[in-house]
Design a protein around this ligand. Sequence first.
Ligand SMILES: [Zn+2]
Ligand SMILES: [Zn+2]
Length: 236
Amino acid sequence: MTAAPAKVGQELTPAMVAYLVVLGLAGVGVMIGTYLGDWGFWGWFGGGFLVVAGFGALLGNVFKIGWQPAVGPCPRCGTSLHYLTKKQHLRCPSCETLLEVQGQSLAAVPQNAVADTAEYPAPYVASITFPPTCALCGQPPAQAETVRWDKHRKKADYVVATVIEVTKIVLQVPVCAAHVGQGAVALDYGDHPSTQHDGVCVKFRSVWALEGYRRHNAAVMPPIRNEPQMPHAPSA
Ligand SMILES: [Zn+2]
Ligand SMILES: [Zn+2]
């Protein structure tokens, strides 16, 4: 397949460059003010933060360091996909292949891959169930393992009140005798587009078990999406 190579980094418009320069210069200004006015630690901290945010983003974009938004072809079908150049999984909306970011381009995850920890994600929705096989190896299950999640996430901070989102999930995960307590499945926040949705995801150690879970819950799986990874990221 002759697909175009990955295009890494976003094209900065003159306005964005100007904005980042102003941000960095504001940071320098705050640091000078801190020095002259003896504003103390928070002055240095705030100034330093602005300098890093402004000039750091510029340098990162020029030298392609840090997480860069990228656009590259699906290695299976060639569809142009958005991703970040960091360790991340995503799924091609066209051929539904599970992909991972390797270096700066995309590679298909082998169907027989088994990771040391649960890292291959699929969306969690309230009505999901597990297929009646071990969620790690596919053998007949010996028991159901309880995976609990009780997460408090700060959603918004107002002056008088903080909104905390509480998510409680209990999964009954079938496992064979050999895989009890082996962390076959874990719950985590979705890392869009790793999971193609913004909510909670179910992570598997085994890609085979992950795909079985998706087939088993095909009726309730949200559609696969692939979108730019940052505001103003290049549109394919
Ligand atoms: Zn594809
Ligand atoms: Zn097993």
